[in-house]
Design a protein. Structure first.
Length: 452
């Protein structure tokens, strides 16, 4: 008896995920609850645990492979069981692997019989060749025809090390040019044939002298560390570039007297255990005030969609969370209908799930407005970047001491700066400024806002 382990679908919108790391290998014994492998989606990472006991009989994908959701990733069964597709739930993945394997065997027979095909995979269409996304990307980057690679992955799958092996073997040479190439020793010849092969005409071209490097290879490598971007970082980079290139962003700054909210939070800390409250933070208080203020400024609680806008009746508040994998923005749905304590508790749960990498991808979308806070890092002012199609994002800064005149005397007070970035296509500066003005009033009189 064998059981297929499928790639889970963590969100309704997820179509695939990348295998980030295998924690088990073929032949390992596993128990229920053991972590088999970790996956990485556009927004987070997850550990996939075994739901059955047994031995890993087969693994279909390697680290770095992008796998469609609900595809078979590996097979677990009895240690002495003979694995075959007949005694396990079948899938397109297994069937495609079988077809490819059979095609290769047929191609090998043709090669042995006629000796006219230079590589068994040459007879197959590139679209039908089983190759991992990382291997394919490397081949395309280096200008290598991967159809000439000998796959060493499961079921003959071409993986990244196979492409690297091709690179290390050096240039390809056509049959006609092989003898002349070996005699000439033209190591610097550039191949212009199919798949980068060196042809007889290439050998007739003058060889360009190789430029001597200014520094040794080792010294150049010591100057930097090459680090590949993870999938989340790539998505963030793409989204940020799209945001700045496709919207008309403008930032307004104001500050408010934080005396009232600091005094209120002090009272909460004294009574939170007795009242069963969460540890309500300054950021929670600002989120609460924003959720109540936005309803009076509909253009900021909206999505701008080229020739139309979606104005939301409730506030779905995105809250920026810093994680090791990058910035994530979970959504507090219907924040305007929730109490301060409910908002505080929900934000803490969402933030923890983001940091652990267990957040449901569906909770990372649907926001109508976003709040991002850099106050804990001592930032006094910054320019938040919009999260399209949202029309506004509020940046919260650190607490500083400011001065004002009271009854003819100069007094110090705690001040917090707010930075509002808005899409000038959706609204003008004056409406955006009116939102900041009302929000400032609500925060400076937070006790009164709670009474509404």
């Amino acid at each position: 008896m064998a059981t297929a382990v499928k790639m889970p679908q963590k969100g309704l919108s997820e179509e695939s995920a990348i295998i980030a790391q295998w924690h088990k290998k073929k032949g390992d014994s596993v128990k229920i609850g053991d972590v088999l492998f970790s996956i990485e989606t556009d927004k987070s990472t997850f550990d996939v645990e075994s739901e059955v006991e047994g031995t890993i009989l087969e693994i279909f994908y390697q680290e770095g492979d992008e796998v469609p959701v609900l595809s078979d990733v590996c097979v677990i069964g009895d240690k002495d069981a003979q694995y075959s597709p007949a005694n396990v739930s079948t899938s397109d993945t297994i069937q495609q692997a079988e077809v490819l394997h059979e095609s290769k065997e047929i191609a090998k027979k043709v090669v042995n019989a006629t000796d006219t095909i230079s590589n068994p995979i040459d007879s197959l269409d590139n679209d039908k060749i089983k190759i991992s996304p990382r291997a394919k990307h490397l081949a395309q980057k280096m200008g290598i025809d991967f159809s000439y690679a000998a796959g060493t992955g499961p079921e003959g799958r071409i993986i990244e090390r196979d492409i690297v092996a091709m690179m290390e073997k050096g240039p390809f040479v056509t049959s006609a040019a092989k003898e002349e190439y070996m005699q000439s020793g033209s190591e610097n010849t550039i191949g212009t044939g199919i798949g980068g092969k060196i042809t007889t005409s290439d050998l007739q071209q003058p060889v360009m002298p190789e430029k001597q490097p200014v520094h040794s290879e080792q010294s150049v490598q010591d100057e930097y560390e090459e680090r590949a971007l993870n999938r989340i970082r790539k998505v963030i980079a793409k989204n940020m570039h799209h945001s700045l290139s496709s919207t008309a962003q403008l930032t307004l700054n104001t500050s408010f007297d934080a005396t009232d909210i600091l005094a209120y939070r002090k009272k909460l800390k004294i009574s939170m255990d007795r009242l069963g409250l969460h540890n309500i933070t300054i950021n929670d208080i600002i989120l609460y005030a924003v959720s109540r203020t936005l309803l009076n400024h509909k253009e900021l609680n909206a999505h701008f969609l080229d020739d139309k806008m979606h104005i939301f009746h409730n506030v779905h508040l995105g809250v920026a969370v810093d994680t090791e994998r990058g910035l994530m923005v979970p959504t507090v749905l219907n924040a305007n209908k929730k109490s301060l304590n409910e908002i505080s508790g929900e934000v803490k749960i969402l933030a923890e799930e983001c940091q652990k990498g267990t957040i449901n991808p569906d909770m990372l979308k649907g926001g109508s407005f976003t709040v991002t806070n850099l106050g804990s890092l001592g930032i006094e002012s910054f320019t938040p970047v919009l999260n399209p199609p949202q029309t506004g994002i509020l940046g919260v800064n650190t607490i500083t001491q400011n001065v004002k005149e009271v009854n003819g005397e100069i007094v110090y007070y705690p001040s917090i700066t707010l930075s509002l970035t808005f899409d000038h296509r959706a609204l003008d500066g004056a409406p955006a400024a009116r939102f900041l003005k009302e929000l400032k009033t609500n925060l400076e009189n937070f006790s009164i806002l709670l009474a509404k």
